[in-house]
Design a protein around this ligand. Structure first.
Ligand code: HPA
Length: 273
C-alpha cells in the first residue's frame, strides 16, 4: 500500500530530474508503440528504477523509463513501458506512475495499447478510439483506503474518455484518409490470451476489442481528474475468429508496423490540443 506521501516523494524526485521542463501531457506507449519516443528531440530519460517506490517494466517491447521532451509543440512526459498486472504488479503499483505524473501538474493523458479485435468487422492494423471500457469485478487500483487528495471514494465513470479529444483525433485520421473505429475495450488481466468462448461472451457483453492494460490506468487517471484520449491498435483478431493461434510476436510486429502512422497522428493531435 502506498501513502500519499510516497506519491509526493516520487513526484518531487521526478520533477528534480526534469529540471525546468514542465510537461502538460502524459503519453503511455503500448506494446510495439514505444518508437514514438524517438520523435522527441533531446529527451530527458528517467529510468523507473531512479524514482523512489517505482517498479521496472518486464513486458516485451516495454523499456521501463520516462522520456520527457517536446512533441507537436507541447512538453510531454512519455512512459516508454507500462506496468501490467500480469507481471505480478498490484493494480495500485501499475497506476503509480499516473498518479505521480498528476502530482507533477499533468492533467491530460493519451493512452495507447495493442489489443485483439473482438468486433468481427475490425481488421488487424486498424485503430479504435476507446469510447468506454468493461472491466467488471477484477482487480481495481482504487481498492483500499481512498486517498482523498486524488479523488472521491466512489468516482463517477460515466464519461472516462474525452469526447472533444476523440473528435479531434478522428478529424486528424480522416485528413490522412483513414477512418478510425470507436469502440468498447474489454479489460482482462492476462497473461494468457482468451479462449474463443470468452471472446464470444465478451462480444455479447458489448466489447469491440480486448486487452491486458489501460483500464486500471484510466480508472486512476479519471479518479484524479485527468482528461483522457485512449487509442487501441488492433494487432490481431481475438481468439477463435481466425483459424490460427495467437502470439505475442504477432502483437509486437503489428505494433511496430503501425508505429509511424500512429506517431504522426499523436504528434498532430498534440499540436492541436
Ligand atoms: N487479447 C488480449 N490482449 C491482447 C490481444 C488479445 O487478443 N492482442 C493484443 N493484446
Amino acid at each position: 500500500m502506498y501513502s500519499y506521501s510516497d506519491y509526493v516523494e516520487s513526484a518531487k524526485a521526478l520533477c528534480r530530474k526534469l529540471g525546468e521542463f514542465c510537461p502538460e501531457v502524459l503519453i503511455i506507449l503500448g506494446s510495439g508503440l514505444g518508437r514514438l519516443g524517438e520523435r522527441l528531440k533531446d529527451p530527458i530519460s528517467v529510468p523507473y528504477s531512479e524514482i523512489p517506490h517505482m517498479h521496472a517494466s518486464t513486458a516485451p517491447g516495454h523499456k521501463g523509463r520516462f522520456l520527457a521532451g517536446e512533441l507537436g509543440g507541447k512538453q510531454v512526459l512519455m512512459m516508454q513501458g507500462r506496468l501490467h498486472i500480469y507481471e505480478g504488479r498490484t493494480a495500485e503499483e501499475a497506476v503509480f506512475p499516473i498518479r505521480v505524473a498528476r502530482l507533477t501538474g499533468i492533467e491530460k493523458m493519451i493512452v495507447t495499447n495493442a489489443a485483439g479485435g473482438v468486433n468481427e468487422s475490425y481488421k488487424p492494423g486498424e485503430l479504435m478510439l476507446i469510447s468506454d471500457f468493461i472491466k467488471l469485478n477484477s482487480v481495481n487500483p482504487l481498492i483500499g483506503p481512498n486517498i482523498e487528495e486524488f479523488g472521491p471514494r466512489f468516482p463517477d465513470m460515466t464519461r472516462v474518455f474525452d469526447r472533444e479529444y476523440m473528435g479531434l483525433f478522428n478529424d486528424i485520421a480522416a485528413s490522412h484518409g483513414e477512418s478510425v473505429h470507436e469502440g468498447v475495450y474489454f479489460y482482462t488481466t492476462g497473461p494468457q490470451y482468451e479462449t474463443p468462448a470468452e471472446i464470444r461472451a465478451m462480444r455479447i457483453l458489448g466489447a469491440d476489442a480486448v486487452g491486458m492494460s489501460t483500464v486500471p490506468e484510466c480508472i486512476a487517471a479519471r479518479h484524479c481528474g485527468m482528461r483522457i484520449l485512449g487509442i487501441t491498435l488492433v494487432t490481431n483478431m481475438a481468439a477463435g475468429i481466425l483459424d490460427k493461434p495467437l502470439s505475442g510476436e504477432e502483437v509486437v510486429e503489428a505494433g511496430n508496423a503501425a508505429s509511424d502512422r500512429l506517431s504522426s497522428y499523436v504528434t498532430e493531435f498534440l499540436g492541436r490540443l
